[in-house]
Ligand binder design. Structure first.
Ligand SMILES: *[C@@H]1O[C@H](CO)[C@@H](O)[C@H](O)[C@H]1NC(C)=O
Ligand SMILES: *[C@@H]1O[C@H](CO)[C@@H](O)[C@H](O)[C@H]1NC(C)=O
Ligand SMILES: *[C@@H]1O[C@H](CO)[C@@H](O)[C@H](O)[C@H]1NC(C)=O
Length: 468
């Protein structure tokens, strides 16, 4: 009985979702001029097609595509009009908690639209429980303004602070500027998770302000924010020696992929201020050198996941520093770091026995020798990519097969020296294999059939027309 009752709302939600979507669509399809008339004080203008434009020139010439987002509560004069339209709408029979669950699946833009339907929808759409997350999309969205209006509305009951808001996702909102982040920093002391990937116009100052004023911030995604060169506390915050921080920033997850202005000195400052980092992604931060990595292990001993893919100046000395993370390190990507050879991989193998994931694709100096050290020292390895390593051959794979029998994913793409012998060794020993990439390898269909027979759950990615 218990489980039966718990299932009812879910069934209801599923059956009402299409209806709700239809309502939202119908509603947003209305002629925009009537709406503007019925709501004389729109707080904010959003492109109505939710950022699906790929072409800014065409849509900037279409100012009519607007939707007002924050409005006064629908009053009695609109109600009489609406009650004619939605006389016995089925959705009205849903209890509040079920309705709230449906609304909780909507992105912020649509939630704001729902608030315009009627008084009940308005009250439900602004339920504080729906507002721990703001998720906005759209290259053309006036996102600074959206944030200002939304935080203002959410601060209604607690002047100037918005205590409900914990997650803000603005990925791809290219119009975001420092002003938008400034508002978040001022109003949202409880912020834990901020994603501004691709918002390339934001600068260090705004980022400093956010990390200084939001002491709970744990997750920060700055991927593609190419103006950002550092993360630190504001001067004001560091002068105050605030006991809130103890001069530290509590970020655990930091993604600075494509922040290509980041230099060694910047990374040193980041490391010294963010000692709790566990996940750090620095893909294509091409100016970083081995020197930058010296500080990581010293200041951030808890790093579990580290990506240095395409940091082409990083070499074996850098890996020696990374290896000082020792048992913590589970995930390492050094794809296309062409200076890395067996020497560097050997450091990692020796000191990081708990490594589970290694991507060394395109590290052309890697040979069977390095692979053999890896195999013997890292028995927990689950995923390995040594694609485009022309010196890796069957004897390296045989070592892997012998010591790393828990391997699940292996990529040998374009490894010229690998043949069927190596594959068979792998397949015979690593029966948990789920993915094997042998595209552009010279392996026979017979060897591939052997793999298929031994590893039934393995997906084989290949370019051999004779194997199917
Ligand atoms: C963008 O719009 C312009 C003018 O409407 C058009 O000429 C161009 O082909 C469009 N580009 C894309 C990528 O759609
Ligand atoms: C970046 O923001 C500044 C104002 O902060 C603005 O003048 C400039 O046009 C913006 N640049 C882009 C590319 O959006
Ligand atoms: C950061 O955002 C980008 C783009 O949305 C995404 O691909 C990436 O996985 C995110 N990083 C983290 C650590 O979540």
């Amino acid at each position: 009985l218990e489980t039966g009752r718990a299932n009812i709302p879910r069934v209801l939600i599923l059956s009402f979702l299409p209806l709700l979507t239809l309502l939202v669509l119908l509603y947003s399809g209305l002629d925009s001029s009537t709406r503007t008339l019925s709501t004389p004080s729109p707080g904010l203008i959003l492109p109505s097609n939710n950022g699906h434009e790929t072409n800014s020139s065409s849509s900037s010439s279409a100012p009519a595509e607007t939707v007002a987002v924050v409005h006064p509560q629908p009053g009695s004069h609109t109600r009489s009009r609406q009650s004619k339209g939605h006389h016995h709408a089925l959705i009205d029979v849903l209890p509040d908690h079920t309705f709230l669950q449906i609304l909780s699946h909507l992105p912020t833009n649509q939630l704001c639209r729902c608030a315009r339907v009627c008084r009940r929808w308005y009250n439900l759409a602004w339920d504080p429980r729906l507002w721990s997350t703001i998720r906005l999309t759209g290259e053309l969205l006036h996102v600074d303004r959206a944030i200002r209006v939304l935080t203002h509305r959410l601060c209604q009951d607690t002047p100037n602070v918005c205590l409900t808001l914990e997650t803000v996702m603005l990925n791809g909102c290219k119009r975001l500027t420092d002003r938008g982040l400034h508002v978040l920093a001022q109003c949202c002391p409880e912020l834990r998770h901020l994603e501004v990937a691709g918002c390339y116009n934001i600068s260090n100052e705004a980022v400093f302000e956010v990390v200084s004023r939001c002491p709970s911030l744990e997750h920060l995604n700055l991927s593609g924010c190419s103006k950002v060169t550092c993360i630190s506390l504001t001067q004001e915050a560091s002068l105050q020696l605030s006991p809130l921080h103890g001069q530290q920033i509590s970020i655990h997850y930091l993604d600075m992929t494509d922040c290509f202005s980041l230099e060694d000195e910047g990374l040193r400052t980041i490391a010294s201020h963010c000692p709790r980092l566990t996940h750090l992604y620095l893909r294509r931060c091409t100016r970083l050198t081995d020197d930058a990595l010296r500080h990581l292990a010293v200041y951030c001993p808890s790093i579990k996941e580290l990506s240095l893919s395409d940091c082409r100046l990083v070499g074996d000395f850098g890996l020696r520093e990374v290896a000082r993370l020792e048992g913590c390190l589970r995930y390492l990507s050094v794809a296309h770091c062409t200076r890395i050879t067996d020497v560097g991989i050997r450091y990692v193998a020796r000191y990081c026995p708990r490594l589970r994931y290694l991507n060394a694709r395109g590290c052309e100096g890697l040979t069977d020798h390095g692979l053999s050290h890896l195999a013997r020292s890292c028995p927990k390895l689950k995923s390995l990519d040594v694609g485009k390593c022309p010196l890796v051959s069957d004897s390296g794979l045989e070592q892997l097969a012998m010591y790393c029998q828990g391997l699940r994913r292996v990529s040998l793409r374009a490894c010229e020296s690998v043949t069927g012998r190596g594959l068979k060794a792998l397949a015979a020993n690593c029966c948990e294999l789920q993915l094997l990439n042998v595209q552009d390898c010279e392996v026979s269909p017979e060897a591939l059939r052997f793999v298929r027979r031994h590893c039934r759950r393995c997906i084989i990615e290949h370019t051999n027309p004779a194997f199917y």
